[in-house]
Design a protein. Sequence first.
Lengths: 252, 232, 215
Amino acid sequence: MWLWFAKLGSPKWFYELSTKWLPWLTAAMVLTLGVATIWALLYLPPDYQQGYTSRILVVHVAVAGTSLAFFPLMAVAGTITLVWKMKLADMVAKNAAALGAWFSFITLATGSLWGSVSWGTWWEWSDSRLVSMLFQFFLLLGVVSLRSALEDSEKAAKACALLSIVGCINVVVIKYSVEWWNTLHQPASPVSMESGSANGPEFWIATALMILGVYLFLSVSLILSTRNEILQRERKALWVQELLADTKSGRG
Amino acid sequence: MDSTALNKPSTWSAFALTLKRDLLIAFKRKNDIVNPFMFFVIVVSLFPLAISPEPTKLAEIAAGVIWIAVLLSAMLSMDSLFRADFEDGSLEMLLLSPHPLFFLVLAKNIAHWIVSGLPVVIASPLLAYMLKLPGDSYLTLLLSLLIGTPTLSLIGSIAVALTVGLGSRGLILAVITLPFSVPVLIFGTLAVQSSAAGLPAGGYLALMLAILAGSLSLAPLTSAAALRISVS
Amino acid sequence: MTDTSFQHTPDNSPLFEVCNLRCERDERLLFSALSFAINPGSALQIAGSNGSGKTTLLRIICGLNDGFEGQIRWRGFDRSEQSEAFAADLLYLGHRVGVNKVLSPLENLRWSAGLQVKVSEAELMKALSDVGLRGFEESPCYTLSAGQQQRVSLARLRLSPATLWVLDEPFTTLDVDAVARLEQTLADHAEKGGAVIVTTHHKLELPKLQRLTLG
């Protein structure tokens, strides 16, 4: 077990393993995302209450659910960085922060797109999920900007690891305090998102498929960007040099 | 080297020494005390000009305005918490002292709060009066600030410790700290608003106390770790 | 000042020992396979050109920097397992002297020495006059010259109970007189069974002096 863990920490091992896995993951991603998107956006029957806008919800729910995974992921990676000084964890965390910010942004964008039709407004403070997602977005941007501000990459790795752990705790506290705040400031709420549950089983199957697809997309992009990061940071290592030579001679 | 063990000061005396030193520095520099306070007063005074002098409108926003001004002034003053020590090398001494860093960081936090947070808390009833805050909520405002401002200092010190090595850190500090302050802001304003509406506010104050207790035990630990990262 | 009273010290292990140290900074190898040991009563001078990693090495020795591979032992123990006891036995004077500008030398010393050892006001005053700051005890440090500020930090040497002194370029801003006095302080410390690790370009004359050149 321990050996496996230590092995996993080696960028080279990760690079080689991911080379084998990547085509399969990508194929699975294209398949699930393709099927889910076409089904959800073109063939899903309209909801009796929301009409065709419920189709946006499939994308929104999937992206939103996935974007909640980023802080826990970064906190775990951060703990590994700080405790075991494993470089690979930081390479994953570095890209996760930026990717997480994008996911949060897309969640907010699809959420307000759906809201603009269903609620008649692009932004609604009375939905606590939107508000806490906004703050998760800010927190992730904070991690990204701390990373870019610190020049020393080792220092940046540790500082961002610490901030991710603190941020992960904070996201939870913010979520509950915003919910609390919301129940007390509840104006006449427009159609609540809960009405999504009025959708039939087809909606949920499409959403589940979409969630799977988005998670696959997340994994593929994380793996790809981590591979980039590995090549860049290990560019002086022998195995990267050999790899580069192979690629060049293969082309020439 | 028996003398090392015998003559080593207790952690408590190191804590007291650090607290006294930081207070002394602040009283000699004066700016550290006056500026956050003036900033707070000025920001609050701008709101009636920007929104409306109408008492009913002001009363409605008073709690929020005071809390946001407190938040901003706390954040701006935080920057000086470790900066001078980082620049002159005292921070290295702090890290290499034979005492748990937790207590020394806590001492610095407390000194900083006494200097920059307490004056703001004391001045808040006056500004609340100028903003026409309903009469029943003064005590709640004072209590909520008394609990909330140390929490803000403790949480903020993590971000300050993380960014202390940066050349220009004013804005990045804000980007990191402000989202962290959301829970304190929410419960602080809720407490004042509910007491202004004649409802009990004890529950919110208790929640804020819980957050303070949590930050008191975790934040100095995290700040200490962050300082070790920044100084390395 | 012998280390015999430290009950847990295994016999014959040096006061401070570095084994197979390797440090890479910003993708540049500063040093590798670096090993040395230092015993009570001796001194180690670290030389090397600018940027050769002298300061980094000193910071690694003290525990300020953990970006290294290799082993660091103090009195035979892994340093990281004894960090508090090690800190009580270590005095580090960095490149930045740790003197707050608005405080007076006395106030500075009261804190910086007081973190490590219980000192009386009389001892503080004596230490300050020993480094040639008599008459300046109460003036704010921003009115003092760079050399005088450095003397404030050197006053810690006279109060500290630490066995291991780690000094980063302690001679730079000092005048001839102060340099001679500091050399004497180092020699006295070694004679009493202390150990000194110092980076300097200055020609040091100390008994049992080892030299280590980086880069």
